[in-house]
Design a protein around this ligand. Sequence first.
Ligand code: HEC
Ligand code: HEC
Length: 613
Amino acid sequence: MSRAGRCIVGVIFTLAALARAHAGGSNSLLDVSSDGTLLATANRDNGTVSIVEIASGKLLREVNVGHKTESATFLGNSHSVAATAYADDLVVIFDANSGNVLKSIPVFDEPYGIVSKRDGSKVYATLEYPGQVVEIDPAAGTILRTIPAGEFVRGIALSADERLLYATEYYTGSVLAIDLADGKVADRWPGLASENLARQIAVHPRRPKAYVPHIRSRVNVNRGEGSVVPFVSVVDLGAGEGRRRKPVPMDSFVSVFVVANPWETAVSPDGTLLCAVFAGTNDMYVCSVVDDDYRELTYRKVITLGNNPRAVRFTPDGGKFFVYNTLDFQVAEYETSSLKLLRKIQVCENPLGDEILRGKILFYSALEPMVGRRWISCASCHPDGDGDGRTWQNPEGLRNTTALFGMAWTHPIHWSADRDEVQDFEHTVRSPLMQGRGLIRGKVNAALEEPNKGLSRDLDALSAYSNAHKFTLSPHAKQGLSDAAKRGKDIFFARETKCAECHAGPYFCDSAPSRPFKLHDVGTGEDDPSEKMGPKYDTPTLLGVYRTPPYLHHGKARTLEDVLTTCNKADRHGKTSHLSREQIADLVEFLKALPYEDPEPAAQAAGLTKIER
Ligand code: HEC
Ligand code: HEC
């Protein structure tokens, strides 16, 4: 062999070795240790990470990490694991061999994705709110840098040379590149306005390409086919001319086979295959990666999976891959060459109870009896109980998607209080939006006042799950209320501003489940010509508003300031015109600090009604 030939072989060999050695290059609920012996699974509903011995398929241990474990990664070539506890604001490092927690590192808020450098010397985690990446020294357990990184960042991956970090904005689908030398955003690949729910990014081991699973939320379409559309976008990471972001539609990828809620992708270590899991239709595409900068991906196979698959990961030698069917609490192991299922491994118990689990399965499902044509599920717009950051053009007018936190205590539901129980969403299931067969056998009570509760166990389970979402505390009040927030609190509770007349009690609203419902005209019903139900609306809770823009039923207030100023010109929504700019800012600081205590005990003490299902 010529010298040049040897050199090329050498380079290829090194590249292959690098790719193999590099477990943990992109965020996932799953990771495999670089020696290929251990599998780590982040069990979001249990707050644990399970460690499985791959050779035997045996569950070795389950390690407590904290609520909503969203991502786990092995550190370099070691058996140490770093994991995020999204709801507890912790990054936890533990030893997979012993289960001992080595470090528990508090971060500001919402750590989501986590990746490790190849030598294990640093880990990087996205903080979805307030949109930062933290660089952590796992040995010392300290945060080295906090890097501003767009809004609501979730996905994270390291470039092959580890000089850049790629991150995805959850609600815009945008991809950012952060230069690790100076900690600045060096590049940006914006998504279209409809692009949404980009929670992960995977980088190709050799080509300058990244893959981002996401949906498009087409807010003007109210029919199941076309309102939510699945994509994997292929992002051209190289510099220069003709750089693009190619959105590959997953619903027309294989003629007419529709999939829903793309959650995660994985590229095989040799770069030839891409797997994409669909958490709504419970299936997966295995695609060939085409090296032509044009088609990018071609179809190999569709694999039917279990309930709510959220993660897929190859072993470092590429021989196998794992899929995490999260609502079966099982990992399925496949052989890459044959794409055959080898076995299923139970990684934890169901912590939710039977009823909530059933409700959650239905909520995430884009299949019958929930959905007729596979594009959409409740979770397409309410992922994990959050809103989708969108305002939909509904037949009754513009409607900003609400988060479901605290809903058990804030019935009636919908901005117009036209529904008094989640069981009324049987109408949504059967509507043109979802076109499902429905959960009630026989007659549905058409009049919304007539109870649909008790007519179907599944429908009651859907309701129990929807009502089970609880608030986490605002990160803005971790050290107690700031001075500005304290001044804002006085303004909020001042008789003159009237805020607390409607935003009253532990949930900061006056909603109560008994008729007649209290609705208020706060002057917001006139700025939408398509409105059919205004101008009175149910008072929304103010808990959690620090992270739920846009605001108001029509989503026309981009910020909390807008709610109190440009959207309240005539003082019909409380009285704000007499407040100085500083006072408005203080009031906003107070709103951002909500909730600073758990509202449930106070709600119980006040005798408020809780709707459990
Ligand atoms: C196309 C997006 C979309 C889908 C799909 C969807 N929702 Fe919603 N959801 C919304 C929007 C927008 C609102 C606000 C509408 C309103 O209040 O009038 C909302 C409001 C709600 C609320 C009221 C929350 C509150 O506190 O007032 C509940 C409960 C809810 N949805 C449950 C469901 C369930 C259950 C499903 C599935 C059967 C579902 N949604 C499917 C967009 C969607
Ligand atoms: C008369 C009852 C009433 C009073 C007084 C009132 N609100 Fe509201 N508030 C509402 C209603 C109803 C809405 C929903 C209006 C809409 O969506 O169009 C709302 C919406 C809001 C929102 C948007 C929440 C979201 O999730 O989009 C904020 C923030 C808010 N109010 C803060 C305040 C503050 C601060 C004050 C005092 C200056 C105040 N409100 C006074 C009834 C009231």
